[in-house]
Design a protein around this ligand. Structure first.
Ligand code: ACO
Length: 448
């Protein structure tokens, strides 16, 4: 197939959310720390009724319905997630409930896990399958689903929750530029989940920030080299219309983009103007390590690239700022935000993506966009995503209620023999939810 990529998308996030401004005050953090310091507006979370299985059941059912896809037409289904509900049974097998009903059990693929990178691994697998000789002509389906929760402390406001589904096939409006992939993988302990009795990660926050930026530099260099090899000219940020980053919190995205600009400066790119050159010159001879810690460089690079940020990055930040870190879904929720904000003008444009998962695994890759044809058109994807209405329809919890929910979930994690509340009033029709877990730890879901 040609122009293999994303044909259709849908997103689901829980209706429960907490405002970062009120959480900041409740936590006794200084005013502005979460909203300006981290750059976050609001954070979605799962109540006892929802989890990564229910969210992915909801989003897959919704995608199939809204684009009128026959479930028999799915030949590969890959799930990316780092939220462990079961150490053996994949989330993918849960989703088979949807397809078995239509007599389709002939679906390859299971789950991929490495922190926030699992969704990208799942996406690459599906795209590679469609491009391969084992492709049987049917669609691939990628699901990214996570509930990001942290223990009390500085990382807690960087949580979030969502599930995204993406239909993969040829002649896609969001087509992969498969030749331009740059990857960087390495062994580090920046964020990991060794405590199997807890849903919370162990996290070295500062190290994870530096690892993220180092991985970004490395992937960008490799992406640029591949581009140059095939195009015969150097790549700079002026060659793409949007840059979409994995977004643990918005401040890191701001820093990331200015880091790309600094890379362009170091590579003596002609699009870096003389004013910017003069501002960045004092940092030209820093070692890599020094440059990650240098606050003046950070400030200068952000200042000189600000107008490019507003144009090429800002449209991607809507859902990551409003929903929070969605782990595997975070990067693709940022992509969905671009489609929501710019679907009328994306035809012919290039979007560069940066995926990062602690531990660590990272890749940079790009899409070439075209308007597409109904139902697989950018405008239809934007209307199915229905982002503004979904954000609007949420229910704001007070921080006390959020903390109470976290405590209940901690208590429930890994246990059996419980039923959930009968009050499903916050859920919209069509949403799957957990009803009970029996004495054999088997989980039961219903559809509202
Ligand atoms: N007004 C404005 N800005 C403020 C204020 C204020 N009142 N107070 C603090 N800030 C700024 C700080 O200067 C800092 O900005 P900077 O990075 O530009 O200096 C920012 O707010 C955060 O403050 P810190 O003191 O650095 O925050 P802290 O160390 O308490 O926690 C962290 C931040 C490390 C990101 C934490 O939330 C965390 O560990 N999160 C999880 C790990 C993570 O997301 N890592 C990212 C990559 S890995 C992944 O995706 C999971």
């Amino acid at each position: 197939g040609k122009n293999v990529g994303i044909l259709a998308m849908d997103i689901y996030f829980p209706p429960a959310c907490v405002q970062q401004e009120s959480l900041e005050a409740f936590d006794g953090a200084s005013k502005g720390k979460y909203t300006i310091g981290l750059g976050q507006d609001c954070m979605a979370f799962c109540t006892e009724l929802e989890d990564v299985i229910s969210m992915s059941l909801t989003v897959v059912t919704s995608l199939l319905e809204k684009y009128q896809i026959d479930p028999k037409q799915i030949g590969r289904l890959e799930v990316g997630s780092e939220t462990v509900i079961d150490k053996s049974k994949s989330i993918k097998t849960w989703l088979m409930k949807i397809f078995e009903e239509y007599g389709n059990t002939d679906i390859e693929g299971v789950d991929s896990t490495n922190a926030c990178y699992g969704g990208t691994a799942a996406l690459f697998n599906c795209v590679n399958w469609v491009e391969s000789s084992s492709w049987d002509g049917r669609y691939g389906l990628v699901v990214c689903t996570d509930s990001a929760v942290y223990a009390e402390g500085p990382a807690r406001p960087t949580g979030g929750a969502a599930a995204i589904a993406m239909l993969i096939g040829p002649n896609a409006p969001i087509a992969f530029e498969s030749k331009y992939r740059g990857t960087h993988m390495s062994h580090v302990y920046d964020f990991y989940k060794p405590v199997l009795a807890s849903e919370y990660p162990v996290v070295d926050g500062k190290l994870s920030q530096t690892c993220y930026l180092m991985a970004l530099d490395s992937c960008y260099k490799r992406y640029c080299n591949k581009y140059e090899k095939f195009e015969g000219k150097p790549f700079s940020i002026s060659d793409a219309d949007s840059f979409v980053f994995h977004s643990p919190y918005n401040k890191l995205v701001q820093k990331s983009f200015s880091r790309l600009y600094f890379n362009d400066f170091l590579r003596q790119s002609s699009h870096v103007d003389s004013n910017a050159k003069a501002k960045l010159e004092p940092f030209a001879n820093l070692t890599g390590d020094e440059s990650y810690q240098n606050r003046d460089l950070e400030k200068a690079a952000q200042q000189v690239s600000k107008h490019f940020y507003d144009e090429k990055v800002q449209p991607s930040t809507l859902m990551p700022k409003q929903v929070g870190n969605m782990y595997t879904a975070s990067l693709y929720a940022a992509l969905a935000s671009v489609i929501h904000n710019k679907h009328d003008t994306l035809g012919g444009q290039r979007i560069v993506m940066f995926s990062y998962g602690s531990g660590l695994a990272s890749s940079m890759f790009s899409f070439k966009l075209n308007d597409g044809q109904h139902p697989f058109s950018l405008s239809n994807i934007a209307s199915v995503l229905n982002v503004a209405e979904k954000l609007e329809a949420r229910h704001e919890f007070q921080p006390e209620k959020f903390i109470e929910t976290m405590q209940l979930m901690e208590h429930r994690y890994g246990t059996k023999d419980f039923v959930t509340t009968k009050d499903t009033s916050l859920l919209s029709p069509g949403t799957f939810y957990l009803t009970h877990v029996d004495s054999m730890y088997r989980r039961f879901y219903a559809k509202k």
